[in-house]
Design a protein around this ligand. Sequence first.
Ligand code: GTP
Ligand code: MG
Length: 173
Amino acid sequence: DSSDEEGEEYLFKVVIIGDSAVGKSNLLSRYSRNEFNLHSKATIGVEFQTQTMEFDGKEVKAQIWDTAGQERFRAVTSAYYRGTLGALIVYDITRRTTFDSVTRWLQELKTHSDTTVAKMLVGNKKDLANIRNVSVEEGAKLAEEEGLFFTETSALDSTNVNKAFEFVIGEIY
Ligand code: GTP
Ligand code: MG
């Protein structure tokens, strides 16, 4: 369980969801290993990373799950969401279809989660703002309507990546 001789410890599960190629795996690799891959392959099944951080002098571990955006590669949904306390719902600011999918991802999350989930809407690929198709205002508006936190990130240049994960984990804590 949660306590041992080293004192209290927390383990939180966070999932990253969103359409294929929005940058979920690169957000996770940027956050957990400070790595980015321009030619990353589509995720098949599920991967996760455990990240340790400190809040108020207490050790907090986040188990961050990353799954395939492509339907045919997705793992069984209910197993993926079980025990989730935080979620990053990611779209690509250069592809409107990925933004249009956000409500569907939120619905799936709601269907499969049994507790309150801290949710962050993430508009990724901020470095490509010159070819954006979704404005910051639209992202902020959707977040407000759906009761989500909101940020734009770049896994490529690291903008707001740590902030996005740590905010969600901090909200759970
Ligand atoms: P699936 O696993 O298929 O669901 O995709 P994914 O959401 O995990 O996307 P992935 O992280 O594999 O990234 C897809 C492509 O977008 C790759 O070519 C990445 O290099 C690129 N990419 C990811 N994040 C960024 C970003 O912030 N900026 C730019 N310019 N490209 C990015
Ligand atoms: Mg992936």
